[in-house]
Design a protein around this ligand. Structure first.
Ligand SMILES: *Cc1c(COP(=O)(O)O)cnc(C)c1O
Length: 382
């Protein structure tokens, strides 16, 4: 996290310089031709490649145990690059029902217009995945822990099932970061991040990254990213490199806070239920212990007073910020049914377990006592 990432360093810079340039000068006409033919790996044009972006791509690819990193302008750019590269007209995708809202909306409302089919199941239940396979299924797309239900899907099992059916497994690893979960090591073909969240960690950049182990697959995805034009900007890359340096200590602190807060909420009389993988009451706590290297800092819960009580809480917390996004140093609180998942149909939300009263809480690195006092004061107002 601190020393990784490849970059040429003729002047001995301690950090990765920002190559804020759109294009690169060739030594002569033959050199330009060699760069284009691939005989020379010199830089050509920033949409195709840039040294600052390359440093971030090699850094995150290493952390995920992959060989290729493909940086994108946002997490959604990574999602659409994957859909575009891996699915053709007439193909079918199986996905977790509880996924990041727009990942589902773009598939059902837009990719469907081009003849791509999709089925949404609870991927935490392997029988539901098996039942959804069709002869044209090419992709199994999983988010674990799921957003916002915190259900956990067995990635090793999914890789086996996907490969037996001649399909690829893609994992959205945004909720964990490679510090807590490395899907490529469990058999996934590609993993991606909204680096807007944990990897950058400071709520000041939107960015994405796809990582593969297989070089040919990485090349195919890079070609798609380049031609769709959803590349990252060098300054964005610099900011994420800076964020990744503290990923480990940020996650250690925020997940320690999260366990304390999840236990506090679970014992509070106004709380109906809490879902956090680190609680013994989480239905897949044992799987989380095996698959993840820690339980992360995302908590979902519902108050006994449902949505009305949740609104009172959200309107009365002062340390936690009422905002979407997650994985930053600051604690955030939001209401998925009316915010991040508002464009997902009501039926789909019910089936995915996204109840109207569910509140999502992303724990930051503040002093845990401040966060608990903040929640106590908010809950007292109900
Ligand atoms: C935020 C998010 C995305 C989308 O990423 P952007 O950077 O906002 O485009 C995808 N998946 C998950 C799990 C997310 O939290």
């Amino acid at each position: 996290m601190i020393h990784g990432g490849e970059f040429d360093n003729p002047l001995g810079s301690a950090t990765v310089p920002i190559y804020q340039t759109s294009t690169f000068i060739f030594e002569n006409a033959d050199h330009g031709a060699r760069c284009f033919s691939g005989e020379d790996d010199g830089y050509i044009y920033t949409r195709i490649g840039n040294p600052t972006i390359h440093a971030l791509e090699t850094l995150v690819a290493d952390l995920e145990g992959g060989s290729e990193g493909i940086a994108t302008s946002s997490g959604m750019a990574a999602v659409n690059t994957l859909y575009m590269a891996l699915l053709s007209q007439g193909d079918h995708m199986i996905s977790s029902a509880a996924v990041y809202g727009p990942s589902r909306v773009v598939m059902e409302q837009h990719w469907a217009r081009f003849g791509v089919e999709s089925t949404y199941v609870n991927t935490a239940n392997p029988d539901e995945i098996l039942a959804a396979f069709k002869p044209n299924t090419r992709l199994l797309y999983v988010e674990t822990p799921a957003n916002p239900t915190m259900d956990i899907t067995d990635l090793q099992l999914c890789a086996k099932i996907a490969h037996e059916h001649n399909a690829l497994l893609v994992v959205d690893n945004t909720f964990c970061s490679p510090y807590l979960q490395r899907p490529l090591e469990l058999g996934a073909d590609a993993v991606f991040h909204s680096m807007t969240k944990f990897l950058n960690g400071h709520a000041d950049i939107v960015a994405g990254m796809i990582i593969t182990k297989d070089k040919a697959l990485g090349k195919k995805l890079r070609g798609m990213m380049v031609n769709m034009g959803c590349n990252m900007d060098p300054h964005q890359a610099y900011m994420v490199i800076r964020g990744v340096k503290t990923l480990g200590i940020r996650i250690e602190r925020s997940q320690q806070n999260a366990l304390t807060i999840a236990r506090f909420l679970e014992s509070h009389p106004k709380v109906a239920w809490v879902k956090y993988p680190g609680l013994e009451s989480h239905p897949q706590h044992e799987l989380a212990k095996i698959q993840m290297h820690g339980f992360g800092s995302m908590i979902s819960f519902e108050l006994k007073g449902g949505l009305d009580a949740g609104k009172v809480l959200m309107n009365n917390v002062k340390v936690a910020i009422l905002a979407v996004s997650l994985g930053g140093v600051e604690t955030l609180i939001q209401h998925p049914a009316s915010m991040t998942h508002s464009k997902v149909s009501h039926d789909a939300k019910v089936k995915a377990g996204i109840s109207d009263g569910l509140v999502r809480y992303s724990v930051g690195i503040e002093d845990v006592d401040d966060l608990i006092d903040d929640l106590k004061e908010g809950l007292d107002k109900i």
